[in-house]
Design a protein around this ligand. Structure first.
Ligand code: PAF
Length: 287
């Protein structure tokens, strides 16, 4: 496995892969890798001949006052984590490699509607930053396939829309959320939790499961489902940004005719903003 920092060096290796007619997969990450990332990398290695994991803490997706400066940068540890994963390249570019004209002069991608909703409402410019950096990474690596985690459900839908809308010839694949034994979704931000907050954190997933159970039982008053979940989270000690029931395929408000629902939530425990989601098939279509 090679750690490559410059685009020029990356392109040289990728050209060899292309000349050999091999398929390449990309797993974009911000590093501080955990088992969730490893699952993405493992999936990528099954889908292509060569896998590139990018590690780049992208400044443009952090809103004003967020944790860009303190976000854990752990390249040495990440290299060890990936050592036996079958990954060929860690691409760890500098900010100037990714944004050669500087951040304020950089071309930006805005994905309307999906990007303005849910987390987009609470994190100004976040999804423009995500769309812009993923677009750049896709152009740099030109992978056949890119793999993203389902924990970031809104991000995943937004990126699928982006590649479809811009006819980017990369297949977007996803991998299920990896959880701790108590249900907490793995996230680099879990390390911001104090011991007491860590004890409360699994309530996020439990609450979403309870909401999904209401939907499975045929509850069609989606506001009621959301309200119940918000109350439960707030009682547990969360400061909730939102809980939303949506159509799982489009992220638009759910309809009786939706094939599946997704319940998404974001909430704060101290300085940690946690997100999670649960997909629930519409019981109307159960056979
Ligand atoms: O999900 C993430 O870690 C980031 O949003 C991504 C996709 C690597 C873009 O910086």
């Amino acid at each position: 496995m090679q750690v490559i920092q410059s685009l020029e060096a990356l392109r040289a290796v990728l050209a060899d892969y292309r000349d050999a007619g091999d398929r390449t997969a990309l797993v974009p990450t911000m590093g501080n890798l955990h088992r969730g990332h490893l699952a993405l990398a493992e999936q990528a290695t099954r889908l292509a001949d060569h896998t590139v994991v990018s590690i780049f803490v992208n400044p443009t997706q952090f809103a004003e006052g967020e944790d860009y400066k303190t976000y854990p940068r752990t390249l040495d540890k990440d290299t060890l984590v990936l050592k036996r994963s079958g990954v060929d390249i860690i691409f760890a570019p500098s900010v100037s490699e990714v944004y050669p004209f500087g951040q304020s002069a950089a071309t930006r991608i805005h994905v309307p509607e999906i990007g303005d909703d849910l987390c987009g409402r609470h994190r100004a410019g976040h999804f423009d930053g995500v769309a812009s950096v993923v677009c750049r990474l896709l152009f740099m690596v030109q992978p056949h396939v890119a793999v993203f985690g389902e924990k970031d459900y809104q991000q995943l839908q937004l990126l699928k829309r982006l590649v479809s809308d811009l006819s980017i010839p990369t297949q977007i694949e996803s991998a299920p959320t990896v959880r701790e034994s108590d249900g907490l979704a793995m996230s680099s931000r879990n390390q911001y939790l104090s011991e007491a907050e860590r004890g409360i954190a699994p309530e996020l997933h439990a609450t979403l499961q309870a909401a999904a159970t209401m939907l499975a039982a045929g509850e069609a008053d989606f506001d009621r489902v959301e309200q119940r979940a918000i109350e439960r989270l707030e009682e547990a000690g969360f400061k909730t940004d939102y809980v939303a029931v949506r159509d799982a395929a489009t992220l638009t408000p759910p309809l009786a005719a939706s094939e599946a629902f997704v319940v998404l939530a974001a909430g704060w425990l101290g300085s940690a903003r946690l997100i999670d989601n649960v997909v629930q098939p519409n019981p109307r279509f159960a056979d």
